[in-house]
Design a protein around this ligand. Structure first.
Ligand SMILES: [Zn+2]
Length: 126
């Protein structure tokens, strides 16, 4: 079975984005599908073991290392609210790019909006 390096990012229980590289079997699934499943498994094991003290992770981003775009800098979003915010009946989390200050709202678990956002701060100064 082919193995590939998966790069995954998650929000830890303090809201800080962490990154990890994992060697995974590649059977045609997207990096996102695999990584979401890994996080789900991790969370349920944590809850079982530590109950309310569980260190719950929240999916942010995943990609295969060999599909990583070269040279383009993407926004590095960090969650800025501790609890979920709301506007009327719509609940969201607010994320800010650490590099360029771009603000994104994530409604529900739709963290796809944080994926592959080209950062306004590119290395060549554009
Ligand atoms: Zn940015």
């Amino acid at each position: 079975m082919e193995k590939k390096i998966l790069i995954g990012k998650y929000n830890d229980s303090t809201g800080k984005i962490q990154q990890e590289e994992l060697e995974e079997n590649y059977i045609g699934e997207s990096a996102e599908e695999i990584y979401k499943r890994l996080i789900r498994d991790f969370n349920s094991e944590e809850k079982e073991r530590y109950g309310e003290k569980a260190d719950i992770r929240e999916f942010v981003f995943a990609e295969w290392k060999d599909e990583q775009s070269k040279g383009i800098i993407y926004c590095d979003f960090r969650k800025t609210n501790a609890g979920t915010l709301n506007e009327g009946r719509r609940f969201f989390d607010r994320f800010v790019c650490e590099k360029c200050g771009r603000v994104k709202r994530v409604y529900g678990i739709n963290s796809g909006v944080l994926k592959n956002v080209k950062c306004r701060k590119q290395e060549d100064g554009q």
